[in-house]
Design a protein around this ligand. Structure first.
Ligand SMILES: *Cc1c(COP(=O)(O)O)cnc(C)c1O
Length: 397
């Protein structure tokens, strides 16, 4: 660790709660490249954990934020906010007429989606939401309860009630989890944190059929998969089903904190003023950034690009399997890609960082790649070469 990084690390240790274990300090970024405090450059194949769909400092996103922050940084939800309604109008166009409620984060969006589901279920006395083992829905107390992972829940009991768990891609386990209290099923189209595991179309169709049969709501958490990451604006567009409600966050705010619940209008209209609230949700700077992100995705053809470059990423990683039997599988869709390895994923992430590429883990044995949607073929090719060199250092030296 350099002197400069050591200085930051020591301040962090002294004053920040030890919730993460960073290794470098990032200072600036452009597109798919970032630079750290020691002026070392990296390819950022995490894009700020999937928040920067258009890369670092896309000029249009930056200009939108800059213009708004100089004009009216915050308005509160007591007053109309033009940027919020424009973004909601765009999301309605993209989702086929769904209405939006904006939040600050993904966990907060999921919380509010569950609240709306419970509101809908009141008439029939139902409130329980089925979620999936290895899923991830955020870190608030209720979303810890919704996240069926021991490592997320341990130490925080008693957790809020109202969730039941089933196995992902296992329809029978969902049937077994349904009771007279069940109001909804909440699922990620691709489990991101859980290891980049895709829901099969048969499974999703089965869930939709079950929801119809038992009068349940189908809720999707698209916080990681949304905003073009899988090659369509929302991942459900590539499946045979459409959720009754879904959530967005991560890439929605172009790097600023912004989440949203999108709901069918009849569900949205169960709400009355005062029932849901948030101080910062729908902040005008974040919404300006969000609209700019949508504009860039559409103008620059980033959905098609994400599909194409996603193939390059998967094929590039698959090619490494010939040399490294430690790589067991490459999976995912678009630019949400997981490389399953025999040993420690973290060890590979650390070696790649030393070699100039940032990626992250998704569980113990999966290295996760989430590059910006607009990374060029040339830059991704270079990053793949660097990953190959890091694997060579790790496994052959
Ligand atoms: C990141 C994530 C969340 C939590 O979002 P926060 O903004 O960290 O609260 C929830 N669900 C999924 C699928 C995510 O990837």
């Amino acid at each position: 660790m350099s002197k400069k990084t050591e200085d930051i690390a020591s301040l962090y240790d002294q004053y920040v709660m030890p919730t993460y274990a960073p290794a470098i300090a990032l200072v600036h970024g452009t597109g798919s490249k970032v630079v750290d405090i020691d002026n070392i450059q990296y390819y950022d194949l995490t894009s700020g954990i999937a928040t920067l769909a258009c890369g670092h400092c896309h000029p249009e996103v930056t200009a939108a934020i800059e213009a708004q922050v100089k004009t009216l940084p915050h308005a509160s939800n007591l007053y109309y906010n033009t940027n919020m309604v424009i973004l909601a109008q765009s999301l309605a166009r993209l989702s086929g007429g769904y209405k939006s409620f904006f939040t600050n984060s993904g966990a907060e969006a999921n919380e509010n989606m569950v609240k709306i589901a419970r509101l809908w279920g009141r008439a029939t006395g139902r409130y329980e939401v089925i979620t999936f083992n290895k899923g991830f829905h955020g870190r608030t107390l209720a979303m810890c309860a919704a996240t069926a992972q021991e490592k997320i829940q341990a130490g925080f009991d008693p957790l809020p009630t109202g969730f039941a768990y089933a196995d992902f891609n296992d329809l029978e386990s969902v049937k077994a989890a349904i009771s007279e209290k069940t109001v909804a099923i909440m699922v990620e189209p691709i489990q991101g944190e859980g290891g980049v595991i895709e829901a099969t179309n048969e499974f999703l169709q089965g869930l939709a059929d079950l929801c119809k049969e038992k009068n349940l709501l189908l809720l999707m958490d698209e916080i990681q998969t949304g905003m073009g990451r899988t090659g369509t604006m929302f991942a459900w567009e590539q499946t045979p089903v459409k959720p009754d409600m879904f959530t967005l966050a991560k890439a929605l705010g172009g790097g600023l904190p912004l989440g949203a619940v999108l709901a069918r209008p009849d569900l949205a209209d169960l709400l009355k003023p005062g029932m849901l609230g948030t101080t910062f949700g729908g902040n005008p700077c974040a919404c300006a950034a969000g609209q700019a992100v949508i504009n860039v995705i559409e103008k620059e053809g980033l959905l098609a690009h994400a599909k194409k470059i996603g193939d390059q990423l998967r094929e590039g990683l698959e090619a490494l399997m010939d040399t490294y039997p430690q790589i067991l599988e490459v999976r995912g869709r678009g630019l949400l890609v997981g490389m399953v390895v025999e040993g420690s994923a973290k060890e590979i992430v650390d070696e790649c960082r030393l070699g100039g590429v940032l990626c992250c883990t998704a569980g113990e044995h999966v290295v996760r790649f989430l590059p910006p949607l607009n990374i060029s073929e040339k830059n991704l090719g270079e990053a793949l070469e660097m990953i190959g060199e890091s694997l060579d250092t790790l496994f052959n030296d």
